[in-house]
Design a protein around this ligand. Structure first.
Ligand SMILES: [Zn+2]
Ligand SMILES: [Zn+2]
Length: 166
């Protein structure tokens, strides 16, 4: 007979079941996500050297995947819905917008779409082994920190973590 504690553990485990956007398989490791972030570049002095920093002011997970293969399969759809003209921007302080090509001053808050790869623990991605920027958007294309109202692709899944339907 299951002790109350064991029962609780089972329920908690089920609540944390996350499924791949593309193949709907249960995600174990790696855990790959596309996050919409508001970022700002800065600098700091460290041991007498000026270092570049990236501050993430806001972060929302858009999609999650169980493999790089599924992530790659979904990318054309994301590129189409976000209306991206270019992808994988450079990391210079001034970078062209991935949608309209206007110059973005990265020292000011701006929207950045990033793929992260790591492990999922308590609803937080940890031990990040890879981070790849898919797109960077100017303030005219997407307002930093605002809800993703312009991108139906994104709005549909935010705040609705998939649950196990088992
Ligand atoms: Zn998958
Ligand atoms: Zn733009």
């Amino acid at each position: 007979m299951a002790a109350p504690n064991q029962l609780k553990e089972v329920l908690v485990t089920q609540k944390f079941t996350l499924r791949c956007r593309v193949c709907h398989g249960v995600i174990g490791q790696p855990y790959i996500s596309l996050d919409r972030q508001t970022q700002r570049y800065g600098t700091r002095m460290w041991q007498g050297q000026r270092q570049g920093t990236i501050t993430t002011l806001n972060c929302q997970e858009m999609f999650r995947y169980d493999s790089q293969n599924c992530r790659a399969l979904h990318e054309p759809q994301i590129v189409a819905e976000l209306k991206l003209k270019t992808t994988h921007p450079g990391a210079e302080p001034v970078t062209p917008c991935s949608r309209c090509a206007a110059p973005i001053d990265r020292t000011l808050p701006h929207v950045s779409y990033n793929y992260l790869e790591g492990e999922m623990t308590d609803w937080t991605i940890t031990n990040i082994t890879d981070s790849t920027e898919l797109a960077v958007l100017c303030r005219d294309c997407e307002e930093p920190d605002a809800p993703a109202t312009q991108t139906a692709v994104a709005a549909a899944t935010v705040d609705q973590p998939e649950r196990s339907r088992a």
